[in-house]
Design a protein around this ligand. Structure first.
Ligand code: ADP
Length: 484
């Protein structure tokens, strides 16, 4: 791996301003998902080191929370500038450990950095309130204070953005952080720590614990009452477990969990726009995002035309190693992900779906799966009820608006939904009826640092980004002052 700045490739965890090994010397291998090659060996920490990281964060807390918003803002802005300067190296690191096409990786670096820029600005605007009192002799005030040490447990599909989305608002609010990145993509997290160190965050404010023993690290982060906030992005079962573990000390939790996004194409839709939207929302990151389209409902009147256009668009997606020119679909993260996609496709075909395109591996990388289209899928099939997390588009025909809304909502998840229509009445009706935290209307890409990202139902709790994102990291304190 060729980096302009070799200091961005770190192998150790970062605790209390120091790079450190596991106390027992254990390491784990980080593999390139496109080749299976080991690209680094990283310190494999456990429960004791996690407790040490919490202690370091707690020791830094009083001082960090006393910084003015403007002082914290300046450090965040410096970190943002360093991330932008390092974007090429960060993209190379990310594609090496995660597999996504290097252009997409650069896009994620910019997207991830945008949260740091946004919350550098928001750090100066954590306003309290003065409430008109209920008695002449009283004055009522509201303070917003940092919640305390914040822990972040993050996944592999967005190795930088899922960290900055949590850590930037936490730091902006005045909370020190302990980050446990995915064991599949620790290098991006460690590069962020290196840049945070260069930016000059005080010792103990920014800690990264790398580990393959996620349950042990997670238990400590949940059980230690010095951690006042846990923010998690990942699978729904792990999110539920963490929420349960946090219940013992009533720790605040934010959860960004799985999705099962419907993508509805009404008969009055601009079909070409809908095709662009579905390609972007379905196939980005080889289908491995929680807001990826999972079910495509197409009105019967435009079903055949849409399927034909989708076939043409899917055939234009080049597959291969994310470092190769023009590649749109890289490898899946590992063989477990590949087997899951294969099993869902097989189940759908066994139950009556038809294959329009793909449906097989490609061999130029390990874990490669061709972009696939299945037609005549039924909403009750496993592939429509589970999160695919792979490059498989499933087409489900419908005729009535009320039926499609009912099918779209027929899932425990409620993260993102998309629909295409040019009828203004329908746009309002369907937007309001979809039980989702985010709705794209004639748009397939909705994520931005300026808008609130998050789900309802079993897709999660809390919102990330936007003016609301800092709320998860502050406590509201009410002061009632007698003035006689
Ligand atoms: P995915 O299937 O997308 O990898 P996971 O929920 O398994 O999603 O992983 C997301 C993050 O949660 C990763 O950092 C992983 O190490 C961590 N994790 C997995 N299991 C646990 C657990 N029992 N406790 C705490 N963290 C966990």
């Amino acid at each position: 791996m060729q980096l302009n700045n070799p200091a961005l490739l770190q192998h150790q965890s970062f605790i209390d301003g120091q790079w450190c090994d596991a106390s027992n010397g254990e390491v784990f291998a980080v593999k390139n998902p496109a080749t299976g090659d080991v690209i680094a060996e990283v310190a494999d920490l456990g429960a004791d080191e996690t407790t040490r990281a919490i202690a370091a964060a707690e020791a830094a807390r009083a001082d960090w929370s006393a910084y003015t918003g403007k002082e914290r803002s300046a450090l965040l802005r410096r970190w943002f500038d360093l991330i932008i300067e390092a974007q090429d190296d960060l993209a190379v690191l990310m594609t090496s450990e995660q597999g996504k096409p290097v252009n997409e990786a650069r896009g994620e670096v910019l997207y991830g950095a945008s949260f740091v820029e946004w919350f550098a600005e928001e750090a100066k605007r954590v306003y309290g309130d003065i409430i008109p009192p209920h008695g002449r002799d009283k004055r009522l005030l509201v303070l917003k204070q940092p919640i305390g040490v914040a822990a972040a447990i993050t996944p592999w599909n967005f190795p930088i953005a899922m960290i900055t989305r949590k850590v930037a608002p936490a730091l902006a609010a005045g909370c020190p952080v302990v980050i446990k990145p995915s064991e599949l993509t620790p290098l991006s997290a460690l590069a962020l720590a290196q840049l945070a160190q260069e930016a000059g965050f005080p010792q103990g404010v920014f800690n990264v614990v790398t580990s393959t023993n996620a349950p042990a690290v997670g238990k400590v982060l949940c059980a230690d009452s010095r951690v006042r906030k846990l923010s998690f992005t990942g699978s729904t079962p792990v999110g539920k477990l963490l929420a349960e573990q946090c219940a013992s000390n009533v720790k605040k939790v934010s959860l960004e969990l799985g999705g099962n996004a419907p993508f509805i194409v009404f008969d009055d839709a601009d079909l070409d726009a809908a095709i662009s939207g579905v390609i972007a929302s379905k196939f980005r990151n080889a289908g491995q995002t929680c807001v990826c389209t999972n079910r495509i409902f197409v009105h019967e009147a435009v079903y055949d035309a849409f399927a034909e256009k989708l076939k043409t668009a899917v055939h234009a997606l080049a597959v291969g190693n994310g470092f190769d020119e023009g590649v749109a679909i890289g490898p899946l993260i590992d063989d477990r992900a590949l087997h899951k996609v294969e099993s869902l496709v097989k189940d759908a075909l066994d139950n009556g779906a038809t294959l329009l395109s793909g449906g097989e591996r490609f061999e130029s990388v390990t874990n490669g799966y061709r972009p696939t289209i299945l037609s005549n899928v039924d909403n009750a099939m496993r592939i429509a009820q589970e999160e695919i997390f792979g490059p498989v588009a499933t087409l489900i025909p419908f005729t009535e608006e009320a039926d499609v809304v009912q099918m779209a909502n027929d899932t425990p998840f409620g993260l993102a939904a998309y629909f295409y229509s040019r009828d203004i009445g329908r746009v309002w009706r369907v937007s309001e009826a979809l039980e989702y935290g985010m709705v794209g209307i004639n748009e397939g890409i909705i994520s931005t640092e300026v808008a609130p990202f998050g789900g309802i139902k079993e897709s999660g709790l809390g919102r990330e980004g936007s003016k609301y994102g800092i709320d998860d990291y502050v406590e509201i304190k009410y002061l009632c002052m007698g003035v006689n």
